[in-house]
Design a protein around this ligand. Structure first.
Ligand code: NAD
Length: 493
């Protein structure tokens, strides 16, 4: 599967700290790859504790200098809007970098990563001028004759450490930095070691837009070293993390020890529930989209399918046929419908989980998942689990194009099965029966429940997980609370 892109942009290969392109102090680097070819793309700085300290000190100095947090909110808004414009102007470059480094289809890089980032920045920019407190009357009776004027104001939380995964590299970075910067915080962002390119360009573009040096820094490095050093740095006031539940637990423990604020957006094992009135064609299309979008590398991927027994075979066989018809290849090739997994390690993990599912008694309905190519491809896979066994692919997040499908007989049974998961990120219900849809919406333990759609997100709609899928919510009005502290002011007169 040859790489078809001929107009490769310049590949960023330094961190971005204090408004400057910055290599690692010790000069160490590590390779990043093109997952569609398996070839090395470039070398990226492997940040050590020293580099992380430099970035955090820089960010702290920028916060303390108050040029950012005391800047008129409308000026912060203006800069965020300017960054959105610059991203839009660099759509082709950013989308190409994303597809080269992450493997997703170029149309999705443009539409979701770049346009999505622009949309989120513009929405969040608006919050900069709308952060407000409340005033209230107090009942303190002394000293006699004294009255009080009391209010709250929201102040930026301080230096934010933002750590993001590799599935939507640019968009996840913007989901963190846009609200943090709108609220007046300064940021050190660490992209995933697999996919740092667009995050570095994002910081360079922010500098070009006129953000003061040190307000937004990007460090590159490995999770256990650079990421861990960032989380435990004493000058970091808040950690905002998106990634696996396993790493979220480590970060949550460290933040609890340090009494740092933390928001955690973690893994998922989202159920898709098809009721018996659903048109099988619509169910096939919806459920296939819910799992195969972004090659299944989506935290809300609809990876557990529950179909009413009367239409189970038709729907599940139909999804297997969709899977078998999907063309794999380079994200730059117009004929490609699904790109590679992000890394060789991740491909091996996904292949291992498919093999394990089969060993445990799952019936593979689709073609062999193995692909003979240099890139890290896995064919979309549908596993029938008619006996509803507690297979590992039912319990554990695969984070790849792997669907496991179970039949059910009644709504209480399917609700219990859907909720029998440590995760609670997303869920979808496919039906036109309003009463049953609302019963499921009520009963499902998930941060987002979609009806007759799946995976849809919007900057105005809060997003986050129940249970082991995380703590806190991103987007919407609630995001302001996440990057600010409430300060009460009490004036005697
Ligand atoms: P990951 O947890 O392995 O890594 C995520 C980030 O954490 C990377 O930048 C990594 O370098 C860093 N990291 C790793 N170990 C660390 C440590 N000890 N200390 C600090 N940082 C560390 O996750 P991944 O494989 O990159 O991404 C896939 C996971 O992300 C899936 O579980 C997926 O569900 C989840 N995800 C969740 C959401 C959401 O909004 N809930 C969105 C996208 C992805």
């Amino acid at each position: 599967m040859p790489e078809k892109n001929s107009q490769t942009p310049q590949l960023p290969h330094t961190m971005f700290i204090n408004g400057e392109k910055t290599p690692a102090a010790a000069g160490k680097t590590f390779p990043i790859y093109n997952p569609a070819t398996g070839q090395e793309l470039t070398q990226i700085p492997d940040a050590s504790e020293t580099d992380i300290d430099h970035a955090v000190q820089t960010s702290k100095a920028a916060f303390d200098s108050a040029t950012w947090r005391r800047m008129p909110p409308a000026s912060r808004e203006h800069l965020l809007l300017k960054l959105a414009d610059l991203i839009e102007q660099h759509t082709d470059e950013l989308a190409t970098l994303e597809t080269l480094n992450q493997g997703k289809l170029i149309a999705f890089s443009k539409m979701l990563e770049v346009s999505g980032s622009v949309q989120w920045l513009r929405y969040m920019a608006g919050w900069a001028t709308k952060i407000e407190g409340t005033t209230f009357d107090l009942s303190i009776p002394f000293p006699p004759g004294t009255r009080y004027n009391a209010s709250t104001k929201r102040v930026p939380v301080g230096v934010v450490a933002a750590i993001v995964p590799w599935n939507f590299p640019l968009l996840m970075a913007v989901w963190k930095i846009a609200p943090a910067l709108a609220c007046g915080c300064t940021v050190v962002l660490k992209p995933a070691e697999e996919t740092p390119l667009t995050a570095i360009r994002l910081a360079e573009l922010a500098h070009e837009a006129g953000f003061p040096p040190g307000v937004f820094n990007v460090v590159t490095g490995r999770g256990e070293t650079a990421g861990a050093a960032l989380v435990k740095h004493p000058l970091v006031n808040k950690v905002t993390f998106t990634g696996s539940t396993e790493v979220g637990r480590i970060i949550g423990r460290q933040c609890a020890d340090d009494l740092k604020r933390a928001s955690l957006e973690l893994g998922g094992k989202s159920p898709v529930i098809v009721l018996d009135d659903c048109d099988p064609k619509k169910a096939i299309e919806g459920a296939a989209g819910a799992i195969f979008f972004n090659h299944g590398q989506v935290c809300t991927a609809g990876s557990r399918l529950y179909v009413a027994r009367s239409i189970y075979d038709e729907v599940v066989q139909g999804i297997a046929a969709v899977a078998d018809g999907i063309t794999l290849g380079s994200g730059f090739d117009a004929a490609t419908q699904m790109g590679p997994m992000v890394s060789a390690r991740h491909r091996d993990k996904v292949m291992g989980m498919i093999a394990h599912g089969k060993l445990e008694g799952g019936e593979i309905l689709s073609r062999d998942a193995a692909v003979d190519a240099d890139g890290f491809f896995v064919r979309p896979t549908v596993i029938a689990n008619r006996a509803c066994k507690p297979l590992s692919v039912v319990r554990e997040e695969v984070f790849g194009p792997v669907l496991v499908a179970m039949p059910y007989d009644d709504i209480d049974e399917v609700l219990a099965q859907a909720n029998a998961s440590e995760y609670g990120l997303g869920a979808s219900v496919w039906t036109n029966q309003l009463d049953k849809a609302l019963r499921l919406v009520d009963g499902l333990e998930a941060g987002t429940v979609w009806v007759n759609t799946h995976n849809m997100v919007d900057p105005a709609m809060p997003f986050g997980g129940f249970k082991a899928s995380g703590i806190g919510r991103e987007h919407g009005k609630v995001i302001v609370d996440s990057y600010t502290e409430s300060k009460s002011v009490c004036i005697a007169y």
